[in-house]
Write a protein that binds this ligand. Structure first.
Ligand code: M6R
Length: 606
């Protein structure tokens, strides 16, 4: 999704700061990029393509100024062309605007502005904003009021940042799209710090190299950043007291640390992420879990809302709650409002790594409107989900840059295990806790000794990939397929193992490897092995992901071994093998692994 950066107070380094910030936002997914710097004029440089294309375009330009904004665009209105890239300007070229989100009433605003004589140069919804500001300025409003008046006319979702010729400030506002301020040398709450440098961005990594002090804007808020300080008000100008938070992760964590891709680095970070997730939360001796100030949850029923990988974690968690006798269901967040399940005493849990996914936020808001208590299970401190929900459980995975979710999925599963242990009564809680304690080591064992790369080489040119599993391994099968398709661009599907024979079996051939997740040696494992035999009889290659407890290996062409662990934990470790297969398959195909085509890390539109 689009990424915004802005800075003031960096003097001659303004342009470099903006471009560096944009590079840090690349992980969000984008197809064009641009910057605007303001002095007595506003200069813009923007290009479709990658940030390197923007850098190349900047070589033949001299852009300078003490205040600037930048943007990476993920197309919604109009194709990725130079014209459609942000920043967008007004007719006189004195106002420049970057925007993340969707302006729903842009067509009527555009018609109105066009009939008043404004000329549009792009297909975007965003371009109405500089023209609205231009009109307000022409009517005599001062720059800040002009921006407020223009923003007040917008309907939809937006994070907007604006610079104006001759004005030493950035104006910004948010509604339903994330925006965070970075404060360097500012005094808390006063905004009175001559000589400071101030930033704004869609996400902290954009300016984390410069400061760790942040202010999260909320919906309906308006910010003014200048070299003299920062100020937050409502859109109507009422002052808002904002807390300055400190982010506790190191800028180094957002580097590749020698790995070829962020995805591989993040797969390898899983043991550490899991340890962080568990630290201080479990007591093995007493078999208890302490989730700190989560409050008294004791739900009678649970509804999960989530998207993509997080939805797979939600399916897994729903089963844990069901097993503990608490009715639970996982909903695709984008479908939740149309299902309107009865809320009753249900706790609605949004599972979202970013805490900014528009579909999930919208489902959580719908749940709250209907009287539910809400809990965010998220990785991102200060995210919208964390701020809007009644309770928050952090998964503590650390920053995840690769678009493909890996360590955050593992940490979600661990955190949801902790949640289920803390609010339900689980008969073998001591065993689960012991399993959780062993989990980081079990993942490390796989990372140290996986043959996933060889398996990926064997099946690199397969026509399609299928993944099957039962019970807690069903979401693992779905996740294995999602990872494979999103980074290899090849067809991959996950199925409940028993469903294969009800249709998908027609797709199975000698050119479609089937990855079967089978751990333990219980009734469920035996039934899955039955499904493996059905596949084998149709000549499909079988890759068993197994702990060696059952005899599934007899029917498999390849084995991806996982340690023998508690059945809840087996799902987490099995998934690591599938992450590695997807990664190595994509690497062989030379795909853009960290930024797969058409995808974004943080999906902030519905
Ligand atoms: O930030 P979220 O967890 O809410 O994101 C939801 C999905 O967009 C996300 O899980 C997506 O499916 C993964 N990046 C895929 O690897």
């Amino acid at each position: 999704m689009c990424g915004i950066i802005g800075c003031v107070g960096r003097g001659d380094e303004t342009l470099d700061t903006l471009v560096h910030g944009l590079a840090k936002l690349e992980y969000r997914g984008y197809d064009s990029a641009g910057v605007a710097l303001a002095t007595d004029t506003v200069d813009v440089c923007k290009k479709s393509g990658k940030i390197d294309d923007l850098r190349a375009a900047l070589e033949s330009r001299t852009l300078s100024g003490p205040v600037g904004i930048g943007h990476t665009r993920w197309s919604t209105h109009g194709p990725p062309t130079d014209e459609n890239a942000h920043p967008h300007r007004d007719c006189r070229g004195e106002v420049a605007v970057v925007h993340n989100g969707i302006i729903e009433n842009y067509q009527s605003l555009r018609d109105e502005l066009a009939s008043a004589g404004h000329e549009f140069r792009s297909d975007t919804d965003t371009e109405v904003v500089p023209h609205l500001i231009e009109d307000a300025l022409a009517d005599g409003a001062n720059p800040e009021t002009a921006v407020r008046e223009a923003i007040a006319r917008l309907e939809g979702s937006y994070a907007v940042a604006v610079v104006i010729a001759g004005v030493d400030a950035i104006f910004a506002a948010r509604n339903d799209s994330p925006l965070v301020l970075g404060i360097d040398d500012g005094e808390e709450g006063t905004g009175d710090a001559p000589g400071g440098a101030y930033y704004l961005a869609s996400d902290v990594p954009a300016f984390r190299d410069h400061t760790d002090r942040v202010v999260y804007l909320d919906d309906g808020e308006f910010a003014r950043l200048s070299s003299r300080g920062w100020r937050v008000t409502t859109l109507d100008g009422e002052p808002v007291e904002k807390a300055v938070d400190t982010v506790d992760w190191d800028p180094e964590e957002t580097g590749k640390s020698g790995y070829d891709h962020f995805m591989l680095k993040e797969i390898h970070e899983q043991p550490r992420a899991l340890r962080q997730c568990l630290r201080g939360r479990v007591d093995e001796l007493s078999g208890t879990v302490d989730l700190g100030d989560l409050g008294d949850l004791t739900p009678r029923a649970v509804q999960f809302v989530a998207c993509g990988t997080s939805y797979h974690a939600a399916i897994y968690a729903a089963q844990l709650f069901e097993e503990a006798g608490i009715p639970a269901k996982a909903y695709l967040a984008s479908e939740y409002a149309s299902k309107t399940p009865p809320i009753g005493d249900a706790l609605v849990i949004g599972v979202t790594q970013s805490g900014e996914t528009a579909d999930t936020l919208s489902a959580l808001r719908e749940a709250r409107r209907r009287g539910a208590r809400t809990l965010a299970v998220t990785n991102t401190v200060g995210s919208t989900a964390a701020r809007e929900c009644d309770h928050t459980l952090y998964i503590r995975a650390g920053p995840e840059i690769g678009v493909a979710a890996t360590k955050t999925f593992a940490s979600q599963l661990a955190a949801l295990n902790l949640l289920s242990l803390s609010v339900t009564s689980v008969s073998d809680s001591r065993d689960v806790i012991a399993g959780l304690r062993e989990l980081p080591g079990a993942v490390q064992e796989i990372l140290d000794d996986s043959n996933a790369e060889a398996v990926a080489e064997t099946y690199g040119d397969a026509g399609a990939y299928f993944f099957i599993g039962r019970g807690l391994h069903y979401p693992v099968a779905l996740e294995g397929a999602l990872k494979m398709k999103e980074i290899t661009y090849k067809h991959a599907e996950g199925f409940a193992a028993g469903e294969l024979k009800h249709g998908p079996l027609a797709l199975v051939t000698e050119n479609t490897p089937v990855f079967a997740v089978v751990t333990g040696d219980d009734e469920m494992a035996r039934k899955t092995i039955g499904n493996v035999k059905e596949v084998e009889a149709r000549d499909a290659p079988v890759v068993a992901v197994t702990d060696g407890q059952s005899d599934v290996e007899r029917y498999a062409d390849h084995v991806l071994r996982v340690p023998d662990t508690h059945r809840r934990i087996a799902a987490v470790v099995a998934n690591v093998q599938l992450q590695l297969v997807a990664y190595h398959t994509a690497a062989q195909l030379d795909r853009s692994i960290d930024k797969p085509r058409n995808l974004a890390k943080s999906v902030t539109v519905e």
